[in-house]
Design a protein around this ligand. Structure first.
Ligand code: B12
Ligand code: SF4
Length: 540
């Protein structure tokens, strides 16, 4: 049935619910997410709803998807189906995905809850999110479905809006969900962020008084084991590779920086921190209640406020010392200069359980890194990695290839960077490097707003604008093909130097598919542009 006929179909078909709902809400996590730690959003929303007397259960479809398909010989294709909306896969694979989602829809409808909520973590959950909501409506057109999450908040295309207009979902909530879901439960659909993108940021008072996330319906033992495959070789680093489940913790929202490619400052205009003591209390509380010893911070950066960060690490270090608790944690971290991060900070972090820090170094060239708004040099990187190494704290590095102003000289500096720091890859201070899938010019970011000034033009693509397809008049040779080539070259070099680049094959598969999809569009656009310029020139 075509998507446009659905609304009509629902209106005709009537299903009468003959009993009172036993659950008012079922909140589902949706693939594609990795299995490093359980998705936090459904657990948070469940606890918020239950604290106000509503009945809510969670369904962890991320874990179901993974356990169902991980041993399938075509697991990578099945998993990529999520990430690449346009990807055509074999019919039999398409069929098994369809059957699985249909099974979910049947099971969810059988619960007969008032609302089924789908948590859309990123754009990589769009395909499955639409399929599942369609299937739910096929099973029971009266079943109310709503969506929430950053995957519907932080996107340029009208994803949730279109599903809503077509009647495939009955509501959507953008921004943070805690307050808005309570308003939806009360029937107040005028609350900011319900069925629009004019959401408001949670107040600090609200954040500080939230109940602890409720993971009762999850099978936590499924998490933190394989999937990433990166923890096999870490025997020397704390207990990070042990078969322990991990819980997510959110200490802050927003960021103190404004990197030009990043949308976090626009998503959360104000940086709010819950306070180091409160966060330490939550971690210690989980340990005392369930014995959980491993935590992952979902913050955009855990050391945004050095003041609160120091309070937290002092408390956790003391707890680890006094109780031999061996609490460990991971999270996103920014490198700073030595004036801002002392050697003492690094020692306390290690005692507090810092295990793996995810750090955006973003470029190997100081010049490009400063243009991006990152305020540290390669010498600072050396200082920070040396301290990490001395304290046996590991890092995952994240980088971006093909910045709009990246010239051949900058690219050479990038390669020099990999050479300079490769001893840290050998001693496993750098566990992994993620080189990404080349620069994207995303809406809601400073670079998008300044693109005119920089000479960047977006090359129009059918339906929605492809954010990786752009061209810089001031750096004309850096075409999409050139960017992909540089990404490929860096990946190969990094591996030759002994870095682990676990995303290499996945990224290359993705880029190959994108290149095939976009190369002709770029070529024709560049030709047309040249022609336009030539005729303009002739007219003058
Ligand atoms: C941690 C993180 C990851 C981890 C996730 C690990 C895991 N298994 O959970 C890793 C590093 C693996 C990751 C990967 C990716 N990520 Co990520 N990630 C984040 C980060 C830093 C925190 C997310 C988080 O856990 N927050 C805490 C939870 C509780 O918040 P939440 O999920 O947003 O839920 C709240 C609301 O959204 C809402 N809500 C959520 N669900 C629902 C459901 C309903 C019904 C309702 C009402 C409300 C609601 O209420 C919740 C409470 O306020 C965010 C940026 C940020 N600071 O938020 C980016 C972010 C979510 N990631 C993003 C992206 C793009 C990705 C990737 C696609 C990157 C890539 N190219 O590979 C992948 C996709 C996922 C995957 N393949 O695993 C984007 C998403 C934007 C978008 N439109 O797609 C973000 C916003 C970063 C950014 N600034 O662009 N990511
Ligand atoms: S990239 Fe990281 S440090 Fe920079 S603004 Fe975004 S969240 Fe903050």
């Amino acid at each position: 049935m075509s998507i446009d006929n659905y609304k009509l179909f629902y209106q005709k078909k009537t299903v009468i619910i003959t009993h009172m709902s036993t659950q008012q809400f079922v909140i589902c996590s949706l693939p594609r997410m990795n299995m490093l730690y359980p998705p936090g959003a459904p657990a948070i929303l469940k606890s918020v709803l239950m604290a106000k007397g509503y009945k809510c259960m969670t369904k962890d479809l991320v874990a179901e998807w993974y356990t169902c398909f991980k041993d399938h010989p075509d697991w990578h294709t099945i998993d990529s189906w999520n990430a690449l909306g346009h990807l055509k896969i074999r019919e039999d694979l398409e069929q098994i995905i369809d059957s699985k989602v249909e099974e979910w829809a049947n099971n969810l409808c059988q619960i007969q809850s008032d609302w089924i909520g789908l948590s859309v973590f990123s754009y990589e959950s769009h395909r499955i999110g639409s399929l599942l909501s369609h299937k739910i409506k096929e099973v029971n057109p009266n079943q109310k479905v709503f969506m929430g999450g950053l995957g519907i908040t932080n996107v340029s295309e009208k994803y949730a809006e279109t599903l809503f207009e077509k009647g495939i979902i009955d509501a959507f909530i953008t921004g943070e969900g805690e307050e808005a879901i309570l308003q939806l439960a009360k029937g107040n659909l005028d609350y900011p962020g319900i069925n629009n993108k004019q959401y408001k940021q949670l107040s600090k008072v609200f954040i500080d008084t939230q109940p602890v996330p409720n993971y009762d319906d999850y099978d936590l033992s499924l998490y933190g084991k394989d999937n990433l495959g990166v923890f096999d070789n870490l025997n020397s680093y704390n207990s990070f590779n042990r078969d322990l489940h991990t819980l997510p913790v959110t200490a802050s929202r927003g960021c103190v920086r404004k990197c030009s490619y990043c949308d976090v400052p626009l998503l959360w205009p104000k940086f709010t921190h819950r306070g180091g003591d409160l966060v330490a209390d939550e971690i210690i509380g989980h340990y005392e209640k369930s014995g959980t010893r491993r935590f992952h911070f979902t913050d955009s950066l855990i050391n945004g406020s050095m003041k609160e960060f120091r309070v937290m690490i002092d408390r956790l270090a003391k707890f680890n010392r006094d109780k031999s608790a061996n609490l460990t944690w991971t999270g996103q971290f920014i490198f700073r200069s030595k004036q801002q991060h002392t050697k003492e900070d690094w020692r306390t972090m290690a005692e507090a359980g810092a295990s793996v820090l995810e750090v955006g170094v973003e470029s190997g060239s100081d010049d490009i890194r400063f243009q991006m708004g990152k305020k540290f040099t390669n010498d600072d990187v050396f200082y920070e990695l040396q301290n990490a190494s001395d304290n046996r704290i590991a890092t995952f590095l994240f980088a971006i290839v093909g910045w709009p102003t990246e010239t051949k000289k900058h690219f050479e500096e990038y390669k020099d960077f990999l050479v300079r720091f490769h001893p840290f890859a050998y001693n496993k201070t750098i566990l992994d490097i993620d080189l990404g899938t080349t620069t994207r010019i995303q809406p809601n970011t400073p670079i998008h707003q300044q693109k005119g000034l920089m000479g960047i033009e977006m090359i129009p693509t059918p339906r929605s604008q492809e954010d990786m397809l752009w061209w810089n008049t001031n750096n004309p040779s850096l075409t999409l093909s050139q960017r992909i080539l540089r990404r490929f070259e860096l990946g190969i070099l990094a591996r030759e130097l002994g870095y682990r680049v676990p995303g290499q094959e996945k990224d290359m598969r993705y880029l190959w598919s994108k290149w095939n999809q976009l190369k002709n569009i770029e070529k024709e656009w560049l030709h047309a542009r040249k022609d336009r310029n030539r005729s303009k020139h002739l007219q003058q």
